[in-house]
Design a protein around this ligand. Structure first.
Ligand code: NAD
Length: 491
């Protein structure tokens, strides 16, 4: 039975207006933001909108990240950004606005619900209802890259214990707050035993605090394949930055709802809500764009700022509209397509109704998810045991390189191993191994000797005197006796 709940009925308990920074964006941005705000406000959302300018005009005015000082002031005051898509100008010298905002405000969690709306929006997987929780600040996205030799470039993958703890706990808290029964962790710890191994270990450890929620771990490759083939088996997925970037696009595509999907970027003191699509300049200004992704992002924002009942009202009105065939041109289906503004009016006309076929939205007494600051573990007993010296040496054979390096170890270090692109080539390499100009040469302290940094400097001085072109060093430590470094492949 259809239940009716008047938005006006909410007004008596309407909370004080919550200041929210709103960016109308570029392309279709202004149209879909206007339409989305119209629906949210009609439903009784209590928002004090602070409009700011972000995006193309700001980039062209000389702000390299597309955001100016006034916008920062507003954002730092309200701590909530409702953002329409922006256009990134073509050409060099422009920084990603989203990455800048995420990093500056410490938005560590990207939350992307990917839902199928079968049979109203075409999908390969009618039962799909997955939320991807992606770590947003670390991993290969730390942006630390170097060219080290003619042939080899490097990108550092950084994974921290507190950063992992925060995202994993967020995923479990999200599952609990949203009545979801399972959290799956994706990592590649069979290969990256230290970085991804940490992610997996933290997942197992934090998971123990959530006995009410089922947990599983999958290697990312098979996990992504299963997500594409059988997404109904997943509920909440937590993963690191790069994997999350990829699987969240797969999930939205597989659900068939790329144009409808919202996303939230959450930090401990600020949050940003947006659609996942771009500014669609090809259809800008024509009143044909679909406001759904941004509207559903607005629903996530309302839950975040403590207006869950209004969020539920809007979401259920939208689901009802979708079931009743209300659509914009991009949604497929038959019947007349509505324009952006008329679509918003059609949702407003259904406020107070709940869907009959689709699963109604329910946010309970919804709240911003609060993740405690990670507990910092006591510092481990850290001991220097050796050093990896990375060397630029084109066209040499491993044995010849070893002979030229080994004497530099002197009384302190033994040359223990040389690898090329991670594969051990000395001692006892294989002639078939493909070689580049980039070598990792592992010097281990002689037995019984505890080296110090001065001894590492001495090693480097001797290598320089021998004409070795070292391009980087990496100290090898044990932590409470456990090696803090990986072995070479084949070692
Ligand atoms: P896009 O998502 O803007 O458009 C891809 C296709 O989808 C287009 O055909 C477009 O018409 C259609 N489309 C997108 N949103 C729609 C909607 N709401 N209703 C109906 N149709 C819709 O991707 P793009 O063309 O690759 O990028 C355009 C611009 O958007 C670029 O400058 C890009 O940098 C930017 N962008 C911004 C964000 C953001 O602000 N978060 C995200 C992605 C892309």
């Amino acid at each position: 039975m259809t239940t009716h709940q008047s938005p006006a009925a909410l007004s008596s308990s309407r909370p004080a207006a919550v200041p929210v920074t709103v960016a109308f964006g570029d392309g279709i941005g202004p149209e879909i933001m206007k339409a989305s705000l119209k629906v949210l406000l009609a439903a009784g959302a209590s928002l004090a909108v602070e409009p700011i300018e972000l995006g193309e005009r700001v980039y062209r005015a000389g702000h390299s990240a597309g955001i100016g000082p006034d916008a920062w002031d507003s954002l730092k005051r309200t701590k909530v950004l409702y953002k329409a898509p922006i256009t990134t100008p073509q050409g060099g010298g422009y920084k990603s606005l989203n990455v800048t905002i995420r990093k500056t405000l410490g938005l560590f969690a990207n939350v992307r619900p990917c839902t199928a709306y079968h049979p109203f929006v075409s999908t390969l997987h009618p039962a799909m209802d997955v939320v991807i929780v992606r770590e947003n600040e670390e991993d290969l996205y730390a942006g630390i890259e170097h060219r080290q030799t003619d042939e080899v470039y490097q990108c550092l993958k950084l994974v921290s214990q507190p950063g992992t703890e925060r995202i994993v706990r967020y995923a479990f808290e999200y599952a609990r707050a949203n009545g979801r029964g399972k959290v799956t962790c994706f990592s590649k710890d069979n290969i990256m035993k230290l970085t991804d191994g940490l992610f997996h270990r933290v997942f197992d450890a934090i998971g123990k605090d959530y006995p009410d929620i089922a947990k599983e771990h999958m290697i990312i490759d098979i996990g992504a394949a299963k997500l594409a083939a059988d997404p109904g088996r997943f509920d909440v997925i937590v993963t690191s930055n790069l994997y999350g970037d990829i699987v969240s696009d797969i999930a939205a595509e597989v659900a068939g709802s790329v144009g409808l999907a919202p996303s939230a970027n959450i930090g401990s003191s600020a949050a940003m809500f947006e659609a996942i699509h771009g500014s669609a300049p090809d259809i800008a200004g024509r009143d044909v764009a679909n406001p759904s992704g941004l509207l559903l992002a607005g629903v996530m924002m309302l839950v975040h700022i403590g207006q869950a009942r209004v969020a539920e009202l809007v979401h259920n009105a939208w689901l009802t509209a979708v079931e009743e065939g209300v659509r914009t041109a991009d949604m497929g289906g038959t019947g007349a397509a509505l324009g952006t503004d008329a679509f918003a009016d059609a949702v407003i006309a259904r406020l107070g109704r709940r869907p009959q076929t689709l699963q109604p939205a329910s946010y309970g007494d919804g709240r911003a998810i609060d993740v405690p600051e990670p507990v910092r573990a006591a510092r481990a007993d850290k001991a220097l045991v050796g050093v990896d010296v990375f060397v630029d040496a084109p066209g040499v054979r491993p044995a010849a390189l070893a002979s030229s390096l080994a004497p530099a170890g002197a009384e302190v270090f033994d040359l223990a191993m040389i690898t090329n692109r991670g594969v051990k080539v000395w001692p006892e390499g294989h002639d078939e191994t493909f070689l580049t100009d980039h070598w990792r040469c592992r010097f281990m302290a002689k037995p019984g000797l505890s080296p110090n940094k001065a001894m590492v400097a001495g090693l480097l001085r001797r290598l320089a005197q021998a004409g070795v072109d070292f391009v980087k060093t990496e100290q090898l430590y044990t932590f409470d006796g456990e090696p803090g470094f990986s072995l070479g492949q084949g070692q």
